[in-house]
Design a protein around this ligand. Structure first.
Ligand code: NI
Length: 171
C-alpha cells in the first residue's frame, strides 16, 4: 500500500469535479486501499479521491471509535435528505488545524457501489451523515470552508498559503 499526498486548500485541484468510476476493478480496489491507509495515517474519518488528486467518485470513511470499520462508497449519490438540519464542527485533511460549524441536513440516504461493484443503499445520521455529505461535496469540487463567510474563508486561505511557504522553507 502507498501513502498518497493530500492536497491542501486553496489548491485549485480541490475544485475539480470527479467523474463516475466506469468499472470497479483491481485498479480501483488498489486505490481504495491506498486511500484508506492515507486516511488512517493522517488520522482522519473520511477521504475523497479528489483530495489525493484523483478525480473519480470514490470515498472512504471510518467513523468508528476504534477506526476498524472501513466504509467504501463508489459513485455515491444522494437519494434523500431530511429537511431537519443540524450544525456540526467540521474539519478536513485538506484544511489542517481548522474547524468550524457547518449546517447540513441531519439525516440522508445514499446509494453507491461497494468494492465489488455491488450496489447498496444506506441511511445515515450523526457523524456518518455529516462525513458523507462533506466527502460528497469534495467530489463536486467543494471544500467545507466554502460554507463559511467570505472573511473567514479569506483568513483561512491566507494562513494556509503562509503555512505552505513555511513547510517549503523547512525542507
Ligand atoms: Ni474534507
Amino acid at each position: 500500500m502507498t501513502l498518497l499526498t493530500v492536497l491542501h486548500y486553496p489548491d485549485p485541484r480541490l475544485h475539480k469535479v470527479a467523474k463516475p468510476v466506469a468499472k470497479v476493478d483491481e485498479r480501483v480496489r488498489k486505490l481504495v486501499a491506498d486511500m484508506a491507509e492515507t486516511m488512517y495515517n493522517a488520522p482522519g474519518v473520511g477521504l475523497a479521491a479528489t483530495q489525493v488528486d484523483i478525480h473519480e467518485r470514490i470515498i472512504v470513511i471510518d467513523v468508528s471509535e476504534d477506526q476498524n470499520q472501513l466504509m467504501v462508497f463508489i459513485n455515491p449519490e444522494l437519494v434523500w435528505a431530511s429537511t431537519e438540519k443540524k450544525s456540526w464542527r467540521e474539519g478536513c485533511l485538506s484544511v489542517p488545524e481548522f474547524y468550524d460549524e457547518v449546517e447540513r441536513p441531519d439525516q440522508i440516504q445514499v446509494k453507491a457501489l461497494d468494492i465489488h461493484g455491488k450496489p447498496f443503499e444506506l441511511k445515515a445520521d450523526g457523524l456518518l451523515s455529516v462525513c458523507l455529505q462533506h466527502e460528497m461535496d469534495h467530489l463536486l469540487g467543494k471544500v467545507f470552508v466554502e460554507y463559511l463567510s467570505f472573511l473567514k474563508r479569506n483568513r483561512i486561505s491566507l494562513k494556509m498559503k503562509k503555512r505552505a511557504k513555511e513547510l517549503v522553507g523547512q525542507r
